[in-house]
Design a protein around this ligand. Structure first.
Ligand SMILES: CC(C)(COP(=O)(O)OP(=O)(O)OC[C@H]1O[C@@H](n2cnc3c(N)ncnc32)[C@H](O)[C@@H]1OP(=O)(O)O)[C@@H](O)C(=O)NCCC(=O)NCCS
Length: 204
């Protein structure tokens, strides 16, 4: 609950209570240091990178993102989780920037944060946004392009903006099996052959 200690517009003294952003050189240095750590220390392994940043990640995860926001230590990911490219895990609400200067107990980093918990065996589709305070799964699926604002129960498929329940995991498995494309491809070349035959009716 916010306490409006000032209950009046921001005055000059309160406005200066929030320090200005870091100078350009500091940002460049920080960027170079992060690149160095990502490429040389963590060898572009996103799981290692996430742990290096202080986040919790279980075993056998496939993280196809390498940006974990400004508070990676507020994120906890279970075992066998896949996070598709473009997904963003947001652990803070930046919107209070426009009024936080009014409050004596405001921080330059913000004051509204939430954890993100993605439990075992979840899949988060491409370009999704997971908002602060959300917990997902276990064994749940988030559709591509979703904005997840509320907890997702176990064994559930959600999608959309905002994300809503589409079906249960069992229903999704049944639908997927009905659309299954049989292939025993051992490499991308064989996969291309099988998929173009199945979907174009000819090899391409
Ligand atoms: C969410 C998902 C798993 C649902 O699959 P599904 O249950 O087979 O979905 P269906 O095709 O049966 O669609 C069911 C309904 O959900 C809607 N829907 C499906 N995916 C959606 C999505 N990503 N966002 C919004 N709505 C979606 C469909 O439009 C349909 O709505 P309708 O009943 O009003 O027509 C799938 O669509 C998806 O997004 N997969 C992830 C893809 C991805 O990220 N790939 C990258 C891999 S690294």
């Amino acid at each position: 609950m916010w306490t409006d200690v000032a209950a009046k517009p921001v005055n000059a003294e309160q406005a200066t209570a929030v320090p200005p952003p870091d100078p350009f050189a500091t940002r460049v240095l920080r960027f170079v240091r992060a690149q160095w750590r990502y490429y040389l220390i963590c060898r572009r392994d996103n799981v290692v990178w996430m742990r290096h940043l202080g986040g919790r990640v279980g075993d056998n995860c496939e993280l196809l993102i390498n940006h974990f926001g400004s508070e990676p230590w507020l994120i906890s990911i279970g075992d066998r989780v896949t996070i598709a490219p473009g997904t963003r895990l947001l652990t803070h609400d930046g919107a209070p920037r426009i009024f936080r200067g009014r409050f004596a107990d405001s921080s330059r980093f913000g004051n509204r944060f939430g954890t993100i918990v993605i439990r075992d065996d979840c899949f988060v589709g491409a370009d999704s946004v997971i908002l602060p305070g959300v917990s997902i799964g276990p064994r749940s699926i988030v559709g591509a392009g979703s904005v997840v604002a509320h907890d997702v129960p176990a064994d559930t498929v959600v999608a959309g903006v905002p994300a809503r329940r589409i079906c249960s995991l069992d229903e999704y498995i049944a639908k997927t099996r009905a659309r299954w494309i049989p292939t025993a491809a051992r490499d991308r070349r064989e996969l291309r052959r099988d998929l173009t035959r199945a979907l174009w009716g000819e090899e391409r």
